[in-house]
Design a protein around this ligand. Structure first.
Ligand SMILES: CC(C)(COP(=O)(O)OP(=O)(O)OC[C@H]1O[C@@H](n2cnc3c(N)ncnc32)[C@H](O)[C@@H]1OP(=O)(O)O)[C@@H](O)C(=O)NCCC(=O)NCCS
Length: 178
C-alpha cells in the first residue's frame, strides 16, 4: 500500500536521486528543497509517497496570497500510470482548498505531454506561456491555472515566477475512499 506523509529533511537523501532521474537538467538542488521545507507549514505543503520503505513520489505546494502554486510533482518511473500522480495532485488541491485558496497555478514544460494530460484531467487550463523558459533546452514553460469556482475573475500571471528552475501533515494520510 502506498501512503502519503509529510516530507522531512531526512527524505532528501533518497528523494534527490529520484529528482534527478525524473527531471534531469531541470532537477532542483538540495538547497532549494531545504528552502522550500523551511516554509512548511506556513506557506508550503510537501508530501512524499511511500510504498513500504521506498519513496516513490512527492509533491509540493506554495500557498500565496489568494492563490496556490504547485511547486513540484513527481512519481518514480516504475510507479507511473498507476494513479499516484493524480493522488498526489489531489492532495495538494485539497490542501489549497483547506487553506481557502480556490485558484491553483503551476508551470510545466510545453513538451511534457504526460503531465499536461494529468493536469487536464484535474481541470487545469492554459493561461500563459513563458517563451524559452527552460534554459539549456529553450523549451517553453506553460502556465496552467485551475479555479475551484468557475465564475472567479481572471487573474494576471504576468508577474508570477516561481516555476520549476526556480501538507503540513505529520501523520500518514489514508488511501482515498471509494
Ligand atoms: C507527470 C507524472 C507526475 C504523472 O504521474 P503518474 O502517477 O504517472 O500519473 P497518473 O497515473 O496518476 O495519471 C493520471 C492520468 O494522467 C494522464 N497521464 C499521466 N501520465 C501520462 C502519460 N505519460 N501520457 C499520457 N497521459 C498521461 C492519464 O490521463 C492518466 O490516466 P490513465 O493512466 O487512466 O490514462 C509522472 O509522469 C512524473 O513524475 N513525470 C516526471 C516528472 C514530471 O514531469 N512532473 C510534472 C512536472 S510539472
Amino acid at each position: 500500500m502506498t501512503t502519503l506523509r509529510r516530507m522531512r529533511w531526512w527524505d532528501l537523501a533518497t528523494l534527490l536521486p529520484l529528482e534527478r532521474a525524473v527531471f534531469g537538467p531541470d532537477a532542483w538542488s538540495a538547497e532549494l528543497f531545504w528552502s522550500e521545507l523551511a516554509g512548511v507549514p506556513a506557506t508550503r505543503t510537501y508530501v512524499v509517497a511511500e510504498d513500504g520503505a521506498d519513496l516513490v513520489g512527492y509533491a509540493g505546494l506554495h500557498a500565496g496570497l489568494g492563490e496556490a502554486t504547485v511547486q513540484t510533482l513527481a512519481v518514480a518511473p516504475h510507479c507511473q500510470r498507476a494513479g499516484l500522480g493524480s493522488r498526489l495532485l489531489s492532495h495538494l488541491l485539497a490542501d489549497a482548498a483547506a487553506r481557502g485558496l480556490r485558484t491553483v497555478l503551476l508551470e510545466v514544460r510545453a513538451d511534457n505531454t504526460g503531465a499536461l494530460a494529468l493536469y487536464d484531467c484535474h481541470g487545469f487550463e492554459r493561461v500563459g506561456v513563458r517563451r524559452g523558459y527552460y534554459r539549456g533546452s529553450g523549451v517553453d514553460g506553460l502556465v496552467l491555472r485551475r479555479r475551484a469556482a468557475p465564475s472567479a475573475p481572471t487573474i494576471d500571471v504576468s508577474g508570477w515566477s516561481p516555476g520549476r528552475p526556480n501538507p503540513h501533515v505529520d501523520r500518514a494520510i489514508p488511501e482515498p475512499g471509494p
